[in-house]
Design a protein around this ligand. Structure first.
Ligand code: AMP
Length: 172
């Protein structure tokens, strides 16, 4: 199965100059979605992990499925002011704009090994922010895993420079 058939490109969305990869057709096709999760699960054996951390919002979809098949806990990295109780916060630059992610301070045990999940790896800023949150919590970054990597934007090189192991299922 060629998963790229289910990931159409949308030019100039959400801003001019961005070639947006739309995961909606993949999610809507039960066989393609299930195949993608099986493959992500197989890829996830590049590292040992106790928790899966999903990045809001499309990362949640893949992180939730992966947490279930790998029988690990799921932790949510959310946009600002969504999580109750004390949070760690990290701001970062995006391919389009800038944003902040937060995790709850009490959610990860110290030294837990955490696999970070998102749909797309572009510049790597989002996953580096997620990794910084894991470190702030005193946990360990086991690695990062995404459905799709946009090679031109050099995200995996940026992650490697930060000593973070990364894998992607599909590269364009
Ligand atoms: P980055 O921090 O630059 O690696 O961007 C990754 C984040 O932005 C992910 O959460 C993606 O959902 C989103 N993203 C960035 N570029 C794209 C793109 N071209 N198509 C779809 N999502 C993207």
């Amino acid at each position: 199965m060629n998963l790229l058939d289910y990931l159409p490109s949308v030019p100039d969305f959400p801003k001019p100059g961005i070639l947006f990869k739309d995961i909606s057709p993949l999610l809507a096709d039960q066989k393609a979605f299930s195949y993608a999760i099986d493959k992500l699960y197989a890829l996830s054996d590049f590292c040992e992990f106790d928790f899966v951390l999903g990045i809001e919002s499309r990362g949640f979809i893949f992180a939730t499925a992966l947490a279930q098949v790998s029988q690990k806990g799921l932790v949510l990295a959310r946009k600002p002011n969504k999580l109750p109780n004390q949070v760690y916060s990290e701001s970062y630059g995006l391919e389009y704009g800038s944003d902040t992610l937060e995790i709850q301070q009490a959610i990860l045990p110290k030294n837990a090994k955490v696999l970070l999940i998102d749909d797309v790896l572009a510049t790597g800023g989002t996953l580096i922010a997620g990794a910084n949150l894991v470190k702030k919590a005193g946990a360990q970054v086991a690695g990062t895993l995404v459905l799709l990597e946009i090679l031109d934007l050099m995200g995996s090189q940026r992650l490697a420079q930060a000593n973070i192991d990364s894998k992607s299922l599909i590269q364009i």
